[in-house]
Design a binder for this molecule. Structure first.
Ligand code: ATR
Length: 276
């Protein structure tokens, strides 16, 4: 019998692998819970969050485009959520307060930055392409790592400026200069939806990049975006967003269930089979 209910709010959600990941763990750890997709419009956020207070829902994840929009409906936000003003996990605490957390920062640290541990990151130039919901988490994680030169380029200039209000140390590169700017970077991170299965792709070619470039794509479906393919062909170290996705999910699960679930081969294979 289902005793606890969880879900993810956002729109669109059809591509989300969160139910597969969480329901796998619920089964594995014999917790009688269900995790479902809750695709909603912005004016329905309050109604869904109220279900946390009434204990109809024990926890929710939040994805695009509502990571900021949920904040007014919470009693408090903590830690990385406070630093980024971006919430992807919600739960009721012992004092019955609705709390917003951010597990994307942890996901990015564990799923990407940890792989570069032998690289002296502090003096690296990093370009983040995109100024959507996940960008504040990436900027904050890079800053924590001591990276001094962080650049952002976004099609809509105003959204890059909005990020700069929270993080004044970032430098903005205009969209039309992004390809040229990319040439001096040590790390390029795609935090846009460009490359997503069935969606649009970059028009820029990103040629003449540095020989030591590392490319990171937050997209994990498809497993290799056109950009990842292109860079791998040029022997550029390139990663997709699957591990970030798994680590953010792991931390959410731990916050809700006080169990740190493991990534076994079975779940890795299940997820891999969903993105082929
Ligand atoms: P969000 O609601 O978080 O912004 P999104 O719509 O998936 O989520 O967009 C994420 C990022 O992808 C944004 O930086 C967006 O750029 P804009 O701010 O200009 O909208 C970027 N993006 C999406 N489609 C794009 C495209 N065709 N060209 C360039 N950037 C694009």
């Amino acid at each position: 019998m289902i005793e606890k209910k969880f879900g993810i709010i956002g729109k669109p959600l059809s591509h989300s692998l969160s139910p597969i990941l969480h329901n796998f763990w619920y089964k594995k750890y014999k917790i009688y819970a269900d995790y479902s997709l809750i695709e909603i419009e912005i004016n329905e956020i309050e109604r869904v969050i109220k279900k946390i207070r009434s204990k109809e829902l024990q926890g929710i994840n939040v994805t695009v485009p509502y990571k900021q929009a949920v904040i007014p409906f919470l009693d408090l936000i903590l830690d990385d959520a406070k630093e980024t003003l971006s919430v992807n996990t919600i739960a009721l605490n012992e004092e019955e307060k609705i709390v917003g957390y951010n597990t994307d920062v942890y996901g990015f640290e564990q799923g990407f930055l940890k792989k570069l541990n032998n690289q002296n990151l502090k003096n690296n130039k990093v370009l983040i392409i995109g100024a959507g919901g996940v960008t504040p988490s990436i900027v904050y994680a890079l800053k924590k790592k001591g990276i001094k030169e962080i650049y952002i380029g976004n099609r809509t200039f105003k959204k890059a400026e909005d990020i700069k209000i929270k993080f004044p140390f970032i430098k903005i590169i205009k969209w039309e200069n992004i390809e040229e700017g990319a040439r001096k970077m040590d790390i390029i991170i795609n935090a846009t939806s460009l490359g997503l299965k069935g969606g649009n792709n970059f028009k820029q070619e990103f040629t003449k990049t540095k020989a030591n470039l590392v490319y990171y794509d937050i997209i994990y479906n498809p497993e290799e975006t056109i950009m990842v393919k292109k860079f791998r062909k040029k022997n550029v170290k390139s990663f997709n967003g699957m591990e970030m996705f798994m680590y953010q999910g792991q931390k959410s699960f731990t916050l809700w269930n006080k169990i740190n679930p493991e990534f076994d081969e079975e779940i890795k294979q299940i997820l891999a089979s969903k993105i082929k």
